[in-house]
Design a protein around this ligand. Structure first.
Ligand code: 4AD
Ligand code: MG
Length: 428
C-alpha cells in the first residue's frame, strides 16, 4: 500500500490507510497496545490487539517513545482519540526500537538546549520551523515580485561594519577576520548596479545580552533601494510584513493551532501601520508613567510598552535625535537634528525592524564620522558609494526570529530558530 501522511489519512477519515512515523506516546496492557504515531503533519492514535499479532507481540511490547514504525490499518472517527481519529492496525513494520528518549516534561531550558536536535521533533518546534519556512519563502516571493534582486555579501570580512565591540573576531590564516553584523555596507554599494537589492542571511552579534530577544547569530532580512526615501522604505517594510502574515494564515493554519497562536491578531493586521515620531513616543511614554527626557534611548521594555499604548499594533517610530543614530542615517531637512530613520516596534517584542534613508552626501557623512569618532579604516571602500554617482537611497534590516516569534506568540526568539546561539550555547 502507498504511504500517506497522517494529515491525509485523517482527511480520508475511513477505510484502509498506510502511514509511517515515530512513536509520540505509547501505553499498553497484556492484550492491547495504544500508540500515538507522529509524522511531520500530525499525530494519530493507533490500536493493536494482541490476538491479531501473536507472533510479533514480543517486539511490539518493546516499542518505546520515538521508535520508528510503518503501519497499515483501518481508520475511523473516534472522539476519545487525541486528534479525533483512530487506526485499528492490521500490519506493523517496526523499523527501529528507540533507546530511552532523553526528553521529558521535567527538563529545564538548559537540558532541553543540550538535546536541541531531539527537541526539534516536538510538535511545538515542528510547527515553529514550518512557519519559519513559510516566512522566509514569502519574503523572497514578495521581494522578487517587487523587482528586488537578491544579492549576497560575505559573512567574513577584513574589517568591522556596524560597530567594534559587538563583532566576533575569528582567526583567518595569519590574519584577523570579522563575522558580518549586517549586509548594509555592501548593499549601499551594489544598489548602484541593481538599484533594488535584498538578502536573507545570518548576522552575528557579540552581545552578551541574555534577553529573550537576542541571539548571537540571527537571520537578517535586509533591503536597500536606490532612489527610495524614508516613506518608500517604510512602505516596503510594512507591505512585505503584511504579505508574510497573509501567507502564514493561508499555509500554516494547523501549525498556528498547534501553537495556540492568536489568529485574530494576525487577521487584523492591515497597512499602513501607525507612524509616530520619537518626540511623540517620548510624550506617550511619559503619559503612561515612564520617565524619559528628549535624547534618551528606549529600553526594550519601553519599546514593548509603546506598541501596547498604540493599540497593541505595529508602530513605526521615526525621527530619532541624530545623537542616537549612526553616521550613515540621513538628517531630516524639515526637522533638523533628527534622522530620516525608523524603528518598527512590535507588540510584545519591541524593535523588529530598523531602517533609514541614508546620508548620501560625502562631505556630511565624513563630518558625521569625525564627530562620532569612527575611523572606517579598511571599510573606507564603503564611501565609494558616495564618491561615484551618489543617489538618494534607503534600506532596512528585519530580524527574522523576532518577526517569527511575534507571529507565533512566543516569549523568546529561541523558539523561532532551530539551533539558537547565545553567549553560553554553541552546541549542538
Ligand atoms: O538594528 P540593527 O542592528 O540594524 C542594522 O543592522 C542595520 N544595518 C539594518 C539595515 O538598515 N540594513 O538590526 C536590525 C534588526 C533589529 O531591528 C532586530 O530585529 C534584529 O535585526 N536584531 C537581532 N535579532 C536577534 N538577535 C540580535 N542580537 C539582534 N540584533 C538585531
Ligand atoms: Mg536597531
Amino acid at each position: 500500500m502507498k504511504f500517506i501522511s497522517i494529515k491525509e489519512a485523517i482527511k480520508k477519515g475511513k477505510g484502509k490507510v498506510a502511514v509511517r512515523g515515530w512513536v509520540h506516546r505509547e501505553r499498553g496492557s497484556n492484550v492491547m497496545k495504544f500508540i500515538v504515531l507522529r509524522d511531520s503533519t500530525n499525530i494519530i492514535q493507533c490500536v493493536l490487539e494482541k490476538k491479531s499479532f501473536e507472533k510479533q507481540w514480543g517486539e511490539i511490547d518493546k516499542i518505546k517513545i520515538e521508535s520508528s514504525l510503518e503501519i497499515e490499518g483501518e481508520i475511523k472517527e473516534d472522539k476519545r482519540a487525541p486528534t479525533g481519529f483512530e487506526i485499528k492496525v492490521s500490519k506493523i513494520n517496526i523499523i527501529q526500537i528507540a533507546e530511552d528518549f532523553p526528553i521529558n516534561k521535567d527538563l529545564n531550558e538548559e537540558l532541553l538546549g543540550d538535546r536541541r536536535h531531539l527537541w526539534l521533533r516536538s510538535r511545538k518546534m515542528t510547527a515553529s520551523m514550518k512557519i519559519r519556512s513559510t516566512i522566509l519563502f514569502a519574503l523572497h516571493e514578495y521581494m522578487h515580485k517587487k523587482g528586488f534582486t537578491e544579492i549576497q555579501a560575505p559573512s567574513l570580512s577584513g574589517a568591522t561594519s556596524e560597530g567594534g565591540s559587538e563583532t566576533f573576531e575569528v582567526k583567518y590564516f595569519d590574519r584577523k577576520a570579522y563575522l558580518t553584523q549586517s549586509w548594509q555596507f555592501y548593499a549601499e554599494n551594489f544598489i548602484s548596479a541593481v538599484e533594488k537589492a535584498y538578502a536573507i542571511a545570518p548576522s552575528f552579534r557579540a552581545e552578551k545580552s541574555k534577553t529573550p530577544w537576542h541571539v548571537t547569530e540571527f537571520w537578517h532580512f535586509e533591503v536597500e533601494g536606490a532612489w527610495m526615501d524614508l516613506n518608500d522604505d517604510m512602505v516596503v517594510a510594512e507591505e512585505c510584513i503584511a504579505h508574510v502574515i497573509k501567507k502564514v494564515l493561508e499555509e500554516n493554519r494547523s501549525e498556528l493551532e498547534v501553537l495556540e497562536a492568536d489568529i485574530s491578531k494576525l487577521e487584523k493586521i492591515k497597512t499602513p501601520f501607525k507612524r509616530v515620531t520619537y518626540k511623540e513616543a517620548i510624550d506617550t511614554l511619559n503619559k503612561n508613567g515612564h520617565n524619559l527626557k528628549y535624547g534618551d534611548d528606549f529600553k526594550s521594555a519601553e519599546e514593548r510598552g509603546l506598541a501596547k499604548y498604540y493599540g497593541d499594533e505595529f508602530v513605526f517610530v521615526t525621527n530619532y535625535p541624530l545623537s542616537l543614530l549612526k553616521f550613515y542615517h540621513g538628517e531630516d531637512s524639515k526637522n533638523p537634528g533628527t534622522g530620516t530613520n525608523f524603528n518598527l516596534l512590535a507588540p510584545g517584542v519591541g524593535e523588529m525592524v530598523d531602517g533609514s534613508q541614508r546620508e548620501p552626501d560625502l562631505k556630511k557623512i565624513t563630518e558625521r564620522l569625525k564627530k562620532a569618532g569612527v575611523d572606517l579604516g579598511m571599510s573606507d571602500w564603503y564611501l565609494d558609494s558616495r564618491r561615484y554617482g551618489s543617489v538618494p537611497h534607503a534600506g532596512f534590516g528585519l530580524g527574522v526570529e523576532r518577526f517569527a516569534a511575534w507571529i507565533c506568540g512566543f516569549d523568546t526568539i529561541k523558539d523561532s530558530i532551530p539551533f539558537p546561539r547565545t553567549p553560553t550555547r554553541l552546541n549542538p
